[in-house]
Each structure stands twice: as structure tokens, then as C-alpha cells.
Write a protein that binds this ligand. Structure first.
Ligand code: CA
Ligand code: ZN
Length: 300
């Protein structure tokens, strides 16, 4: 079945106490209409960032209750399409981004997106690479605001989460309670100013419940790589855990020692940084998808 969720249905934190907007079956398709990370409050360059309501940042559309998803399962989210609107916002300023301590005021820039390009100014334009910044499920306990990443997903700001990719999220509560938002027309690893090109839009996904493997943290797979994502207050810890979780995944399917895997990881894997500007750092460890296939491991 196909479902459509209007952007009026959004949350600002992931929690098992959020009332689901809809219930869907395993295998259903859902279109999420999403606001940008400022809840579409910035319309043009004359708007002041100081004047926006900071309680309304990082909305995620949803949540969706997926029937049959139980704690310990994995939710597979196949991203079939990301459509973005033709206007985006880039922002930085005091306390925002990697160099926020060196800035004294807020800066933002509204850019047009024409066709497949972000028009930065008359001399600079860049091909769009639409991605999802916030995608997650309810954590086991408490609530996690949508600006923070974690084992439940959330604000992972990972540029691999794009059309054609599959995102795998551990399920902590009945139904999972999937929500997403915070689309970016374009973003680099690290997200150093604190934002990408923030846009509203629409995301079409297909959701499946997987009971054939386990995850402790989100994972993304595309036609080239499998990437384990981990967020922590400490970047080195996030990197270490992303590698450990990859070892765990492979050892679920294949008998092979830690030392063998670590040596293999060292010669063909890549440590990558998704973002370093949210309340927790997000690192990922990526392996060529063919490497897993050579072990006889397939995720689909
Ligand atoms: Ca974000
Ligand atoms: Zn964003």
C-alpha cells in the first residue's frame, strides 16, 4: 500500500510516547513531506536568524508505526526518491559549526536551486546531491531531540543517505516509530558551518522489517559500500565503535577472528566523518560492498 504524510505531522524529538500518524504494513511505500531544518521559517535574506523560533528546529515528519516491528528487529528503509524544493538556506554564526566560537553574529544565505544546481552566486554553482539529515526511530527510553544523533538514528547528517540507499535502523519499541526530515540539497562530510543547503521536500521510501540480523547502531548500504554509523560525544570513540559494530555484523554471518577482520579493514575499509557539529559526533566505517559478497554475506 501507498501512504502520504503531510509535513504538518512532525515531531521535534524521537520518543515512544509520540502518537503515530499512521500504521503501515511491512513492505508499504510512504511519501513523507518534510519541512526544512528551520521549519521553513527563513524565506529570504532579510529574515534574521535571531528572529526565528529555535524551539522549531529540526522537525521530522512522522512518526510511522510499522506493524510487526518489534524491539531487536531491524527496520530497512529503502530510499526510492528525494524531491527537493527550489530554495535552500545555509546558516552559520556564533556557537554554530566548527568555527562558531570565532564568529560574533549569525549569517545565513538563501540560495535558489535551478534544475539540478545550487546557485550560490553569479559565479558559483554546484550539482545537487539531495540527502536526508534526520532519520530515526524512537529510543528505548526517554526522548531524544531531533537535532541529536544516536543509536536510534536521528540527526546523523550522513551524505550517503540519499536516493537509492538503504538505511537500517535498530528497533527499540513496538512499531519502531520512524520519522525523517532535514533534507539537504548538498552537504560535505563534517558539515563544518553547521548546516548543508537546508531544503524542504518529499521523500519516498519503502519500509521492511528485518528479523534475520541484528544491529546496535544505524547502517547504510548503497551499490558501492556498506557503512556502519556511530555517534558519540567523543569522535575517537565514535570511530572505534563504528568499526566494532562492523566486526559484530560480519561475525553474525561468518566465523572469522577479530584480528583477521581488523587487518582486512585496514587495507580496504575507510574511516569517514559524517558530521562534527551536532551535539554528538557521527563517524562511519565503510567497506566495499563486494568485500561482504566475497564472504557470502548479502544484506538484501
Ligand atoms: Ca542536520
Ligand atoms: Zn539540516
Amino acid at each position: 500500500m501507498k501512504h502520504y504524510i503531510n509535513h504538518e505531522n512532525h515531531i521535534f524529538s524521537f520518543s515512544k510516547f509520540n502518537k503515530p500518524v499512521i500504521e503501515v504494513e511491512d513492505g508499504d511505500e510512504i511519501i513523507f513531506e518534510t519541512l526544512d531544518c528551520f521549519s521553513n521559517q527563513i524565506k529570504n535574506n532579510n529574515d534574521k536568524l535571531e528572529s526565528i523560533d529555535w524551539n522549531k528546529v529540526n522537525p521530522a515528519t512522522g512518526p510511522v508505526f510499522v506493524k510487526d516491528a518489534k524491539p531487536g528487529d531491524v527496520l530497512e528503509v529503502v530510499i526510492n526518491d528525494i524531491e527537493i524544493e527550489n530554495r535552500g538556506v545555509i546558516a552559520t554564526g556564533k556557537g554554530i559549526g566548527v568555527l562558531g566560537s570565532s564568529l560574533n553574529e549569525m549569517f545565513f544565505k538563501v540560495v535558489n536551486i535551478e534544475g539540478e544546481k545550487v546557485i550560490y552566486d553569479e559565479n558559483l554553482n554546484f550539482p545537487i546531491k539531495p540527502m536526508i539529515g534526520v532519520i530515526g526511530v524512537a529510543p528505548e527510553n526517554g526522548e531524544i531531540n531531533c537535532g541529536t544523533p544516536g543509536n536510534h538514528g536521528g540527526n546523523m547528517d550522513t551524505k550517503l543517505i540519499t536516493k537509492g540507499a538503504k538505511v537500517y535502523l535498530p528497533v527499540f519499541v513496538d512499531g519502531g516509530l520512524l520519522a525523517l526530515g532535514d533534507l539537504h540539497a548538498l552537504m560535505g562530510d563534517g558539515e563544518v558551518c553547521g548546516t548543508g543547503v537546508e531544503v524542504a521536500g518529499k521523500v519516498t521510501i519503502k519500509v521492511r522489517v528485518r528479523k534475520d540480523f541484528k544491529l546496535n547502531t544505524p547502517m547504510v548500504v548503497n551499490e558501492k559500500v556498506i557503512s556502519m554509523i556511530y555517534s558519540d560525544i567523543n569522535l575517537e570513540k565514535a570511530i572505534e565503535k563504528s568499526i566494532l559494530e562492523m566486526i559484530n555484523l560480519i561475525q553474525l554471518k561468518k566465523e572469522i577472528s577479530n584480528e583477521q577482520l581488523i587487518m582486512l579493514f585496514s587495507i580496504i575499509g575507510n574511516v569517514e566523518i559524517s558530521q562534527i557539529v551536532d551535539p554528538l559526533f557521527t563517524a562511519r566505517f565503510s567497506l566495499p560492498i563486494d568485500f561482504l559478497k566475497s564472504f557470502g554475506i548479502t544484506i538484501d
